[in-house]
Write a protein that binds this ligand. Structure first.
Ligand code: NDP
Ligand code: DGY
Length: 328
């Protein structure tokens, strides 16, 4: 770990793209203590590293709870997370202590929407299975009944959580010839009108959609929302895609639904836990495509996220505006 001098102390919990590190060092207001690794900081090192810090730059895999806040102590002014999701942070406690929070909305919307569309198509058209068959000699000839999947043309798509990313996914899917766009959430979204989106109760979305895309935030209300009842309500031919957070899904119930043919297929960019153990039952299923949480993983997006996270941190340290401050 690098050492800390007289300037304000900042603890950075992982190696991040250089864009952010350059901004922090050029500012000349803080001394950075970096967990210099691509792997997560062990909890004990996080608790040690954060001691006396004025700023904390963290990732979605760092649980920022009372213990971390206590370990940091009263100097802590700002927490800046390299993510748009903030379910890993104990916001009530953070608020009580008057700590400001920065996050990365908008800048990763396009990358995440693009990946979600790629995952949907890969799952619906069975791309991983097809690639595997080419490699293992299973491709014997062109066969009329082989490796058939489901297409978007004429379909009904249901988006759960039509926020920034949900809307960007919907915009990308409609040109594939989608007939109806349904969405469910807490309130009507005026911007859905441009896509003729219909705001419907969750049950209606689930039973009428051919493709269900989950892009809501993880909250106490959405935790475990996709459970046995949810999957039982889906069409047998429907495809389920989740690029929000793994905990929105009850994975045992999803496994049963996929195994029994209750639903056609599932594509997951997020799981519980992450990483998903290699012996997890979901990984035994051909109709389940699992990606390692790579929604925002383009070089450019990660660089921009890193820069924004650094600027948020500096704003919090200096008591000035943060480009993307979470209001809570
Ligand atoms: P937004 O805040 O713009 O969107 C979140 C949406 O969740 C809102 O539309 C909100 O609906 C909806 N929502 C909240 N509660 C519920 C509920 N009870 N039922 C249904 N919908 C609900 O955030 P973003 O679009 O920017 O990001 C969404 C999430 O995507 C992030 O929180 C993160 O978890 C995940 N994410 C994953 C990535 C990946 O790599 N796979 C990359 C980036 C983000 P309403 O507006 O009606 O309240
Ligand atoms: C987020 O930002 O919340 C994603 O999960 C990673 O980019």
């Amino acid at each position: 770990m690098q050492s800390v001098g007289k300037l304000m102390k900042v603890f950075v919990t992982r190696r991040i793209p250089q864009e952010g590190m350059k901004i922090l060092s050029a500012a000349g207001v803080c001394e950075v203590c970096l967990w210099d690794s691509d792997e997560p900081v062990p909890r004990s090192e996080l608790l040690k590293g954060v001691q006396g810090a004025h700023g904390l730059l963290c990732l979605l895999s760092d649980k920022i709870d009372v213990e971390v806040l206590d370990a940091a102590g009263p100097n802590l002014k700002v927490i800046s997370t390299l993510s748009v999701g903030f379910d890993h942070m104990a916001l009530d406690e953070i608020k009580k202590r008057g700590i400001r929070v920065g996050y990365t909305p908008d800048v990763l919307t396009d990358a995440t929407a693009e990946l979600t569309v790629a995952l949907l198509l890969a799952t619906a058209r069975r791309l991983p299975e097809g690639v595997e068959e080419v490699k293992n000699g299973g491709w014997s000839s062109w066969k009329p009944l082989w490796l058939c999947g489901y297409g978007l043309s004429g379909s009904t798509v249901g988006v759960i959580g039509l926020g920034r990313i949900g809307m960007a996914i919907a915009r990308r899917l409609m040109p594939f010839g989608v007939k109806r766009l349904l969405y469910a959430g807490r309130r009507v979204k005026p911007e859905a009108a441009e896509l003729n989106g219909e705001f419907v109760p969750l049950d209606t979305l689930v039973s009428e959609s051919d493709f269900i895309v989950v892009s809501c935030s993880l909250t106490p209300e959405t935790q475990g929302m996709c459970d046995k009842a949810f999957f039982s309500n889906m069409k047998n031919t429907a495809v389920f895609v989740n690029s929000s957070r793994g905990a929105v899904v009850n994975q045992e119930d999803l496994y049963e639904a996929l195994k029994s043919g209750q639903i056609a297929a599932a594509g997951l960019d997020v799981t519980t836990p992450e990483p998903l153990p290699t012996n997890h039952p979901l990984l035994t299923l051909k109709n389940c495509v699992v990606l390692p949480h790579i929604g925002s993983a383009t070089y450019s997006t990660r660089g921009i996220m890193s820069a924004l996270t650094a600027r948020n941190l500096l704003g919090g340290l200096q008591g000035t505006d943060m480009p993307s401050e979470l209001t809570f």
